[in-house]
Design a binder for this molecule. Structure first.
Ligand code: PMP
Length: 380
C-alpha cells in the first residue's frame, strides 16, 4: 500500500542509516568512558549530534538532553518542572487536544496533588493567547502547549503563548514532535523554555529523542543513576540513535524549506481532489495555520468503522496511531465538535519525504472509488 502516515512514523533516511552504522560495531564505545579512545570517540560523536540538534532549534548544545523519545521528553519536562518548582506553585495549564504523552502526564500530576487547567480550542483546533492569560494564576508554574497537532496539523501561536506565560511568571514547554524538521523553530526568538522532540518523526530512528531545556531552567531528573546528561537523565547514551537524530536534524535544516514547498503542493492536490470529487467532505482543522504535509478529511454519510478497512491500498489513519489499539473515536476530533461517526469517518493523510505525485494520484483515485462504493444505496 501507498504510505501516507508519515505523522505516525517516518522511514529512516538512508543517509541517516549510513551515518549510524559504524556506531554499532566499529565505534561501540561508551560515551561515558573517560579513560580510553573508545569512549572519547563515542563522546565526540555525541557532541557533534548535540550541535546538530541545537542548531536546528537555535539552542545551545548544553541545553540538549537526550531521551528515548518524545513521550519521555514530555514526562521529563512536566514532571521535572513540577517537582523542581512545586515550592512556588502547583498549577499547570495545557490544551485538551495534546498528545496522550502530555495529557496522561498531567493526570499523573493531578494524582500527586497538582492542579491542571485543560484549555478548549476553537472548532479548528486553535487556542488564543488570551485564553492562556485568563487561565494564569499566581501559582501557575508551567504552560505546556503543543507546537503542531499530530492529528490535524494545526499550528498554535507559540510565540504569543510563550510571551503571556512568561508575563504571568510561568515557564513555557512545547511538545514540538510534529513540528521539528517541518517548521523553522527558534527557541530564543519564540521564548520556548522546554521543547520535546522525537527522531522517528523526522527520518531518524525510533527510540531516541530529546528534551531541550533552556539555560537557567531547572528540572528534577526522572531517571536517576550515573548522572548522565548533566544529571538530568541517567542511562548509558544510545550513541547510534543519537548520531542518527543529529544527522536527521542536519538534513532537515538543509532540506526543510524545499520539502515543505513540494509537499504542500502535493497535499493541496490531494485535498482539493477529494473535496472536488467527493460530496459531503470537509477538512478538520481548516485553517491556513497548519502543517503543509497533512490533511485530515471527514467523509460524511459513510460508515466510519468500515472506511479504514475498505481502503486496502493506502496506509492512512483515523485518530492517532498511539491510541489506535482502542476503538474509541478520536478525542481530538470530538473536541472540535464532530460526532462519533464523523470522527470515525475522518482520515488523516500525512505525506513525507518519499511521497511522489504518482502515489498521490493513486491515493486520490482509490479514495474516490472506495467512498463512492460505500455510499451506493445510501441517500447521498
Ligand atoms: N507527541 C506527539 C505530538 C506525537 O505525535 C508523538 C508520536 N505519536 C509523541 C508525542 C510520542 O513520541 P514518541 O513516539 O517518541 O514517544
Amino acid at each position: 500500500p501507498v504510505y501516507l502516515d508519515y505523522n505516525a512514523t517516518t522511514p529512516v533516511d538512508p543517509r541517516v542509516l549510513e551515518a549510524m552504522l559504524p556506531w554499532f560495531t566499529e565505534h561501540f564505545g561508551n560515551a561515558a568512558s573517560r579513560t580510553h579512545l573508545y569512549g572519547w570517540t563515542a563522546e565526540e560523536a555525541v557532541a557533534t549530534a548535540r550541535k546538530q540538534v541545537a542548531k536546528l532549534l537555535r539552542a545551545n548544545l548544553k541545553e540538549v538532553v537526550f531521551t528515548s523519545g518524545a513521550t519521555e521528553a514530555n514526562n521529563l519536562a512536566i514532571k521535572g518542572v513540577f517537582e523542581k518548582y512545586s515550592y512556588k506553585g502547583t498549577h499547570i495549564i495545557t490544551l485538551a487536544t495534546e498528545h496522550k504523552a502530555v495529557l496522561d502526564t498531567c493526570h499523573h500530576i493531578e494524582q500527586l496533588g497538582g492542579e491542571v487547567t485543560y484549555l478548549m480550542p476553537d472548532a479548528n483546533g486553535l487556542i488564543t493567547p488570551k485564553q492562556v492569560t485568563d487561565a494564569l494564576r499566581p501559582d501557575t508554574i508551567l504552560v505546556s502547549v503543543m507546537y503542531a497537532n499530530n492529528e490535524i496539523g494545526v499550528i498554535q501561536p507559540i510565540r504569543e503563548i510563550a510571551a503571556v506565560a512568561h508575563a504571568g511568571g510561568a515557564l513555557f514547554h512545547t511538545d514540538a514532535t510534529q513540528a521539528v524538521g517541518k517548521l523553522p523553530i527558534d527557541m530564543v526568538e519564540e521564548g520556548i523554555d522546554l521543547l520535546s522532540l522525537s527522531a522517528h518523526k523526522l527520518y531518524g530512528p525510533k527510540g531516541i529523542g530529546a528534551l531541550v531545556v533552556r539555560q537557567g531552567v531547572e528540572i528534577t531528573a526522572q531517571m536517576d543513576g550515573g548522572g548522565h546528561e548533566r544529571g538530568r537523565r541517567s542511562g548509558t547514551l544510545n550513541v547510534p540513535g543519537i548520531v542518527g537524530l543529529g544527522k536527521a536534524c542536519e538534513l532537515a535544516q538543509k532540506e526543510m524549506s524545499a520539502e515543505t514547498q513540494r509537499l504542500g503542493l502535493l497535499r493541496d492536490r490531494l485535498e482539493k481532489g477529494i473535496l472536488a470529487n467527493i460530496s459531503h467532505t470537509f477538512v478538520n482543522g481548516n485553517t491556513p495555520q497548519r502543517l503543509a504535509h497533512l490533511t485530515n478529511i471527514c467523509f460524511e454519510y459513510v460508515d466510519g468503522e468500515n472506511l479504514l478497512l475498505s481502503l486496502k491500498d493506502i496506509a492512512v489513519s483515523t485518530g492517532s496511531a498511539c491510541t489506535s489499539a482502542s476503538v474509541l473515536p478520536s478525542y481530538v476530533l470530538k473536541i472540535l465538535g464532530l460526532t462519533d461517526n464523523q470522527a470515525y469517518a475522518s482520515l488523516r493523510f500525512s505525506l513525507g519525504r518519499f511521497s511522489t505525485e504518482e502515489e498521490i494520484d493513486f491515493a486520490l483515485q482509490h479514495v474516490v472509488e472506495v467512498v463512492e462504493r460505500m455510499r451506493v444505496g445510501s441517500a447521498v
